[in-house]
Structures are given as C-alpha cells and as structure tokens.
Design a protein around this ligand. Structure first.
Ligand SMILES: Nc1ncnc2c1ncn2[C@@H]1O[C@H](COP(=O)(O)OP(=O)(O)OP(=O)(O)O)[C@@H](O)[C@H]1O
Length: 280
C-alpha cells in the first residue's frame, strides 16, 4: 500500500470556507494598506516586533492569536488610534494607497474617516439613531443639504442591514437598541463617511450567537466594497469570515496567508499548536 506522510489534521472549520479567489478579486492589485516593520512600545515594553502585513481591497483579513499577543495594538496602528495612548510609540511605516499615514502632512481626522473602526463593545453616541449616522457626514461636510444627509443616513443603515428595523424610529436613542443592533448602528456610522477600510476589534465578543451570525453575514456583504481587517479570538469566526489570516504570538507575526491554508495546512508549528488548541 502506498503510504503518504501528511501533517496531523487540524480543526475543520464548522462551515465551508469561502472561495478564496473569487473572480472579482484581483490579486495583482496594489494593497490598500501596507505595514512594514511595525514595532510598538508601551513605555519600555515592546508589544509588537517588526510586523509587516498587506491589507487588500475585496478581502477580509483576520488577526488571530492568544490574549496579549498584540492583535489589537496592530489594528490600532492602522488608523493611528495608538496616538491616543500617551505611553505608546510606533516605529515602522504604514501606507494607505502608498501614502505614509504617519507623515506630518497626514490629517488624522481624515485618516480615521478613510480607515474607520468598530470596537468590541458597541459604543453609539447618546443621541438618536439618525444623529449617530448623520454625525460623521456632517462634521466632514460630506452632504450639501438635508435631503442628501437623509439619503446618506438611509443608505448607510441599509448597508449595515439595520434600516428595516429602525426606519420608523430614527429619532429614538441609539443606546435603546439591542446589543447587536447597536453594533450594526456603529457599522452604519463608520460607513456613513464613505471609508475605504473598516477595522473591527472583536466586534462580536459582546453579542449573542444570533447577533454574531448577523454581523458575520454583514461582514461578508461589505467585503466587496471595503477592505476589512478584523481581530477575533474566535478561530471559527476567522475561518468563516476571512480570506487572509495573520497569526500573532508574543508580539510577532508568526504566519500570514490564505485562511484556507492556515487552518488546514499551517506552515509553522506555533500556528499548528494554536489552531489545534494546544495553547491560547
Ligand atoms: N495601553 C496600554 N498600555 C500598556 N500596555 C498595553 C496597553 N495596551 C496593550 N498593552 C500591552 O501590549 C500587549 C499587547 O496587547 P494587545 O491588547 O494588543 O493584545 P491582544 O492580542 O489584542 O490581546 P487581547 O486578545 O487580550 O485583546 C499586552 O502585553 C498588553 O498588556
């Protein structure tokens, strides 16, 4: 009998993996964002070591790894959210469409509109549903009239899959919605300023399984329009929603590649150990 040697089987994703290279995905296109040799320090403590990753349009990139490995720190570098942490220092270069996001000429408010963020805990403003979504377009001067603003609010809520549930109560408080609805409202708020990239930091960790499934569906729908990067603790979620996965461990990027390869045939022993549940 012919014997072949194969790696030990790894966890099977609970649902079939998405086709990785769909016809509309042009792999030769320049990356939307490119991070080169990123190191981050909090005071004297180094949290990330020389991480280089490319983020592409039309793809969801998942960042996975054990707690404290630096996933959120890296995500926050992509729209300079670490600037808000006094002890944080970022070294290396990050480009958005080839432009250095840390250059003095970069307007950080503008950058955060182009690279939007959705947080772990839904954080709608204590304002009406309408005002939550209208806020960004208004401060960025994106709409010329009330009618245009109304259209932007409607379009954003539709894209976030929330319109049908809230269209008759746009003046009610955003904070009165369910957790899953609040998270979709925060996604609508990010979408309203017409971003190019959406960063999501464990967007489902505060949600129940049904609300989680709804957000995962939404991520899948939004993928054709925005480059998406998502931090998740949940490997099954990474397998379901992403086309690329980056595995971090102790501040290093251990492995980065196609999600389907990562979960079935990882290149590195540390990745294999993590996805088979040997640590984490
Ligand atoms: N504001 C901060 N000040 C000091 N140290 C920090 C700060 N934020 C994160 N760190 C440290 O940096 C390292 C990476 O943290 P980070 O939150 O990026 O990891 P993570 O992989 O996202 O973890 P988790 O999955 O638990 O959220 C950890 O050791 C953490 O304690």
């Amino acid at each position: 009998m012919l014997m072949t040697t194969t790696k030990a089987p790894t966890i099977a994703p609970p649902v079939p993996l998405h086709a990785d290279e769909e016809p509309h995905v042009t792999t030769k296109r320049a990356p939307k964002m490119r991070a080169k040799d990123i190191s981050v320090f909090y005071g004297d403590k180094q949290a990330l070591k020389d991480v280089s990753i490319e983020i592409h349009d039309d793809r969801v990139t998942a960042f996975i790894g054990p707690s404290g490995c630096g996933k959120s720190t890296f995500l926050r570098c992509l729209n300079r959210m670490n600037d808000t942490i006094p002890s944080a220092r970022v070294a290396g270069r990050i480009e958005l469409d080839g432009e250095d996001i840390n250059a003095p000429a970069m307007d950080v408010v503008q950058l955060r509109a182009r690279v939007g963020m959705v947080f772990q805990k839904p954080n709608p403003f204590p304002k009406s549903i309408y005002e939550n979504v209208a806020y960004g377009p208004r401060i960025h001067g994106l709409t010329a009239s009330r009618t245009e603003l109304d259209e932007t609010v409607e379009k954003s809520l539709k894209r976030a899959g929330l319109w049908d549930e809230v269209k008759d109560r746009l003046n009610e408080s955003g904070t009165a919605l369910s957790g899953g609805q609040q998270q979709r409202l925060c996604i609508a708020r990010a979408i309203a300023v017409d971003p190019e990239v959406i960063l999501m930091d464990e967007p489902c960790s505060a949600l129940d399984p049904i609300a989680t499934a709804r957000i995962e569906e939404l991520i899948h729908e939004l993928r054709g329009r925005y480059a998406i990067a998502i931090v998740t603790h949940n490997m099954q979620q990474a397998a379901r929603v992403s086309q690329r996965t980056a595995f971090f461990h102790l501040g290093e990027l251990v492995e980065y590649g196609k999600t389907s390869d990562m979960f079935t045939n990882p290149r590195e022993q540390r990745t294999q150990d993590y996805i088979t549940g040997r640590y984490g």
